[in-house]
Structures are given as structure tokens and as C-alpha cells.
Design a protein around this ligand. Structure first.
Ligand code: NAP
Ligand code: ZN
Ligand code: ZN
Length: 348
């Protein structure tokens, strides 16, 4: 029997988030069903419910930073049992056969991974609904194991903000001896600071918000640059091995490329709604590169969660009631987030 599920959804790209009910599928033999306890609020949720990237599928139940406790498992499930703490991030399935899936890079599935919401299952027709809801059903291979050691609400954002910043830093082997700048202190940015510091890099926060300086330092950043101050920006030209660009709104990439050392790389994880304007000279000088990175594969997401449990790393959160989600979106748009909203699903 399908399971009646309570949620918050946007009915159209112009609608606010409102209560909505739907059915989760009856768990298949390989599925895990769990009660969602907390769900983080990612800027990608906002981009998608407002159709800022591409036409979305409505009604849309966003949410891809999902944690909870297992209530039932299909009879072939091996990894999880009732009572386990688990999580689901941005993907619920992929083809599993292409070379990227075989390499544990399901986020780059050549046949298209199934996103947790605003997407379809691998049958390419059944819509997926995300974590602003009380129940989740997911194939065990896309369910992550969560440590009992950490504050569960603060773990939720690791499932997207965490892995999205951890993955590129591991790929480019960020560590001791590297000067790393993090651009934008929001959900992704604050996790980028924590990981870069933890990996031993010298970290500079590049922010438009003077009020975030003390927090940047508390998070471990060694330096703070107010990007609206031309002198402060000029002082860090040719300075960084890497810039982790987490900005959600249009901004001038050429300016930030100029802050890179020779062979420096600007790693873009933020996805502003409009295309980038890039001058060739911004790349020619100092042989700079611009790169991108999407979330992380399932094995690396588990590795990141285990790393966080070992090193006591979680997100700094503001726990909200689900009926305040529309206000949270407006605050996120103004950069007024410290540093991730997490929905307490007990309020649904
Ligand atoms: P967020 O919490 O809203 O943080 C974005 C930060 O960017 C803001 O706090 C602000 O920091 C800065 N910012 C905002 N507008 C700006 C502007 N006009 N100019 C300069 N800086 C500005 O967002 P998030 O959840 O971290 O997500 C960030 C971006 O990453 C979004 O586009 C999201 O869709 C994307 N994303 C990508 C992936 C991936 O797989 N690559 C995964 C998750 C999210 P300051 O106040 O410090 O300036
Ligand atoms: Zn996200
Ligand atoms: Zn694949």
C-alpha cells in the first residue's frame, strides 16, 4: 500500500510553499522507508521552485538535505534496519551501469541520475518529491548512514552543502600550503570554510556582508575581504591557489579570476540563473582556469559524513518551523542566512 505523506509544495513557479499531500510508493524489496526528522533549505530549492534554471515539474516538493530514522525496510535490504539514522541527498537513483555510475560518480550519470525532487525516477516518468515532507522512500544504495554522535538537525545540510564543497576540495587535493578563498558566506560557503580549514589550507573569506566578518573568523577563516571595498580587493590580487565560488546571484567572474595566482583555479559550485560573461584575458593571465563541480557521488558522500563524524563537523543552523519556509526564502535571497535554515519536520 502506498503511504499517505504530508508535505509543503509549490503548485506553480509563482506560488508560495503551501501544505500538500501525496503518496509515497510502497517500499520495494530494496527500499528503505524512513520518517523525515529534519530537512535543510538549499538555495537550489529556491532557484527551482521559481523556475530560475529551467521549467520545473509542479507541484514541486523541494528538499534534498534529508535526515531521519528508518521505520521499515524491504526484505532484500542489507545495509539498514529499523531504527537506524539515515540520510538522502540530491539523488535517489541513477542508471548504475554507465562509466560514471560504475566509478561512484552517480551525479554525472551519463543516462541522467534521478534527482530527489523536480525530476523523474529511472522509469523516466514517475515524478520525485523531496524532503519538505514527513516520509521518505528510497533505494538502499542511495541512502546514507548517519552517525548518532552529531546533532542530527545540523547534519542535514551536509547532504548537499557539505558534499558540494567537500568533493571539489578532495578532487583538487586542497590542503596544507594552499591559499583558498571562499566566495559567498551562505550555506555552501560556511561549509567550504570549515572543510578548507580542516584540510589545513589558509582560508580567506570573500563576502559582500561586513556583518559576517566575526562569524567568518569564528568558522575558522584566517582573513576576511569585503568585496565591495576596491582597496581590500586590490590587496589580494594574484593571491589564491583556489577560489571556491558559492555565489547564487550574477557576479563578475573576471574580477575574481584576477585574484588567482599562476595556475590558480576558480571552482564554481554556485549556479546563478544567467550565463557567465567571461573575457579570454581573465584566463590567459597567470594561466588561470575556471572549473565546476556538482554535489558528489554516493561513496564520497558517505566518506564526507564519516569524516564529519570523526572531526566533529556540522553545519551552523537556524531551525525553523515549516510554516516559516516562505520567509526563510526571502531572507536567503537577501543573504540573511546564518548559515543554513533547517526545517524541524515535527512542525509539519
Ligand atoms: P546561500 O546560502 O543563499 O548563500 C549564497 C551567498 O552568496 C550569500 O549568503 C551571499 O554571501 C552571496 N551572495 C548572494 N548574492 C550575491 C551577489 N549578488 N553578489 C555576491 N555575493 C552574493 O546559497 P547556498 O545554498 O549556499 O547555494 C549557493 C549556490 O550554490 C546556489 O546557486 C545553489 O543553487 C548552488 N548549489 C550548487 C550545488 C552544486 O552541486 N554545484 C549544490 C548546492 C547548491 P555574502 O553575504 O557572504 O556575500
Ligand atoms: Zn542543494
Ligand atoms: Zn549512470
Amino acid at each position: 500500500m502506498a503511504t499517505a505523506t504530508k508535505a509543503y509544495a509549490a503548485q506553480t513557479n509563482k506560488s508560495p510553499m503551501e501544505p500538500w499531500n501525496f503518496d509515497r510508493r510502497e517500499p520495494n524489496p530494496h527500499d528503505v522507508q524512513f520518517d523525515i526528522l529534519f530537512c535543510g533549505v538549499c538555495h537550489s530549492d529556491l532557484h527551482q521552485v521559481r523556475d530560475e534554471w529551467f521549467p520545473g515539474m509542479f507541484p514541486m516538493v523541494p528538499g534534498h538535505e534529508i535526515v531521519g530514522r528508518v521505520t521499515s525496510v524491504g526484505n532484500h535490504v542489507k545495509k539498514y534496519k529499523v531504527g537506524d539514522l539515515v540520510g538522502v541527498g540530491c539523488m535517489v537513483d541513477s542508471c548504475r551501469t554507465c562509466e560514471n555510475c560504475q566509478d561512484g560518480l552517480e551525479q554525472y550519470c551519463i543516462n541522467g541520475s534521478s534527482q530527489t525532487y523536480n525530476s523523474v525516477e529511472q522509469d523516466k516518468k514517475t515524478p520525485t518529491y523531496g524532503g519538505y515532507s514527513n516520509i521518505m522512500v528510497c533505494h538502499e544504495d542511495f541512502v546514507l548512514s548517519i552517525s548518532e554522535k552529531l546533532d542530527l538537525a545540523a547534519v542535514a545540510p551536509l547532504l548537499c552543502a557539505g558534499i558540494t564543497t567537500y568533493s571539489p576540495m578532495r578532487h583538487w587535493k586542497v590542503g596544507k600550503g594552499h591559499k583558498v578563498a571562499v566566495l559567498g558566506l551562505g550555506g555552501l560557503g560556511h561549509m567550504a570554510v570549515k572543510f578548507a580549514v580542516s584540510f589545513g589550507a589558509e582560508v580567506t573569506m570573500l563576502s559582500t556582508s561586513p556583518s559576517k566578518q566575526a562569524d567568518a573568523e569564528r568558522l575558522g577563516a584566517h582573513h576576511f575581504v569585503l568585496t565591495s571595498d576596491k582597496e581590500q580587493l586590490a590587496a589580494v590580487r594574484n593571491s589564491f591557489h583556489f577560489i571556491i565560488d558559492t555565489v547564487s546571484a550574477p557576479h563578475d567572474y573576471n574580477t575574481y579570476l584576477g585574484l588567482l595566482k599562476t595556475n590558480g583555479i576558480q571552482i564554481c559550485v554556485g549556479v546563478p540563473p544567467s550565463p557567465i560573461e567571461l573575457y579570454g584575458f581573465s584566463l590567459l593571465g597567470n594561466r588561470r582556469s575556471i572549473a565546476g563541480s556538482a554535489i558528489g557521488g554516493i561513496p564520497e558522500t558517505q566518506e564526507m559524513l564519516d569524516y564529519c563524524a570523526e572531526h566533529n563537523i556540522v553545519s551552523d543552523i537556524e531551525l525553523i518551523d515549516i510554516k516559516d519556509i516562505n520567509t526563510a526564502y526571502e531572507r536567503m535571497l537577501k543573504g540573511d542566512v546564518r548559515y543554513r535554515f533547517v526545517i524541524d519536520m515535527a512542525t509539519l
